[in-house]
Design a binder for this molecule. Sequence first.
Ligand code: SD4
Length: 328
Amino acid sequence: MKRRKFLKNSSLTSAGILSASILTSCKTEEKKETIVAVTSSIKPIVIATWNVPNSTAEAWNVLKKGGNSLDAVEIGVQMEEADVSNQSVGKGGRPDRDGNVTLDACIMDSKGNCGAVVYMQNITHAISVARKVMEETPHVMLAGKGAEQFAYEQGFPKEKLLTEKSKTEWLEWKKESKYAPVINIENHDTIGMLAIDAEGDISGACTTSGMAYKMAGRVGDSPIIGSGLFVDNEIGGATATGQGEEIVKTVGSFLVVELMRQGRSPQEACEEAVNRIIKNEPDYENIQVGYIAINKNGETGGYCIHPGFSYRVFSEKGHENVDSRSYL
Ligand code: SD4
């Protein structure tokens, strides 16, 4: 059989959708010609943990103009970092038990490059410092004072992150100093975001102030590549929220992506990753963990231990908040 292949690329539509059709013409020995059309279309999409419509809308704006997924996730999560009413991310975040707001963030692009900052103070846009670590240094992760110093060198302004509201709540907490994170409240709203652009490239970002009233020096899953976030451009991406210790112990986001590589859907992969935590953690009823995932085809999924977790999806089909399925 002789094969001739024709590749036909359509141009970008106004909605930012790139579609490619591969037409394969097969000539049989009997000179009968059959045309097999294989159509694959790349549709930009962005998803994020929790109900963060401003962030997903901002990221979608980048994608619909033909921007790349790395810019989309960075600009998207910056919205939450700057929003002082979100007390789990950036400025306004709840402090550790000593009253210091310390930020963790990481970013990963479609080529497998990544950058992270951990335990960084006084800088609002931890995600952008993480991106600078990725792009401007030979390293993957900078911590504490080193990360802060690097941020100043890159031109980031020094800012006070502890707001009056978070300070008042912390002072109230200090009266008993009981460390008992309230499910879906004190560990709520860490933003993990995944996007696919018109080229089909996937990037992800994750940023948080971590668990409220954590020990000084504590770092969770969110800035750890493979735990709070993982992207493999051939397969898909995953990101996490909730009690970071459990996510780190199971290398959760990497696990979700590897499960998708083995053929699971994003939904099935998130469910299996949560099940692994439950299997090894007798105290799971007092813990919240949520995963979201996206695969190369733009299919999405999410799963968590306790009800109450949701994730935001923005695609050409619209903008919606999806209540995640849960184990309990
Ligand atoms: C952490 N995973 O530091 C983060 C907390 C979180 O929504 O997700 N908050 O463990």
